[in-house]
Design a protein around this ligand. Structure first.
Ligand SMILES: Nc1ccn([C@@H]2O[C@H](COP(=O)(O)OP(=O)(O)OP(=O)(O)O)[C@@H](O)[C@H]2O)c(=O)n1
Ligand SMILES: C[C@](O)(CO)[C@H](O)COP(=O)(O)O
Length: 240
């Protein structure tokens, strides 16, 4: 199919059904506040306000009592679905709402510092090459491989030249992603991001160099860093 004939409708899928156990707080971490808004609202607002995103599908937990109290839940672009018992299952639940020819842009609820600049870079690269891809950052630390015996000793250091840390969004043809996720889950493969599912089926997604401020809020100390980045981003927007 020529590029002009292909469907370029992009739907965002946001897994937001986790417990945030590593954050060690009372409510799921996506409902912790940064300023006036919850982490999930920061994330959804960035996706909703991007002109190329036609819909945002949010996978929420069956026990979630907060989502529908948020103003963003009634935004015309937003649809909620019931998430699953793993991130991959939640993404798969969201993908059921997409048309086969859509592009699915999967983005963690827990990454509220995403910028339109990074979204544009991912979309432009993937559409230009007509090949799925992910935002990622080259690893900057020295990387050690530990022995598998839990003694916490180093076997050797890895050459980091070709090592990248995967981030989100990750952008794939909806049907390809759906079938790879389904296969990987049914065969109990370890799938921690969408690219892993595509790789499991033999694909080689593109790596798109993203910004380092697009962090995933995972541990308690990440909240202060995300607060700083969001404050800086708001100041930069004011100065434009
Ligand atoms: N069953 C699950 C598990 C996770 N997620 C989502 O996947 C994203 C990335 O996962 P992670 O940061 O690991 O979140 P949690 O699973 O909530 O955290 P933890 O592993 O610390 O419990 C989060 O936005 C989370 O809400 C999901 O939709 N469904
Ligand atoms: C998808 C992801 O954010 C890429 O870094 C990550 O794999 C999610 O990891 P987790 O195992 O759900 O914390």
């Amino acid at each position: 199919m020529s590029k002009s004939m292909s469907n370029n409708r992009i739907v965002a899928v946001v897994p937001a059904a986790g417990n945030g156990s590593r954050m060690k707080c009372e409510q799921p971490k996506q409902y912790m506040k940064i300023g006036e808004l919850t982490i999930l609202e920061h994330t959804l607002n960035t996706l909703i306000s991007h002109s190329k995103i036609s819909q945002v599908i949010v996978a929420i937990s069956p026990t979630d009592s907060i989502f529908y109290t948020l103003p963003v839940a009634s935004h015309p672009k937003v649809i909620a679905v019931q998430g699953g018992d793993s991130r991959a299952a939640s993404v798969l639940a969201g993908l059921q709402k997409l048309q086969a020819t859509d592009w699915a842009m999967v983005h963690d609820a827990a990454r509220p510092c995403l910028s339109h600049q990074d979204m544009d870079k991912l979309i432009d690269t993937v559409f230009d090459k007509q090949q799925g891809g992910i935002l990622a950052v080259p690893i900057s630390d020295t990387v050690k491989l530990a022995y598998a015996d839990k003694t916490k000793t180093i076997e050797h250091s890895l050459d980091r030249t070709y090592l990248w840390g995967a981030a989100t969004p990750q952008l794939f043809k909806a049907e390809e992603l759906r079938s790879c996720l389904q296969k990987a889950l049914s065969e109990h493969a370890i799938i921690t991001d969408e690219a892993s599912a595509i790789e499991y089926c033999g694909g080689h997604p593109l790596l798109v160099h993203g910004r380092r401020d697009n962090i995933k809020i995972t541990q308690p100390e990440d909240l202060a860093i995300a607060t700083f980045y969001l404050t800086q981003q708001a100041k930069n927007k004011e100065n434009v």
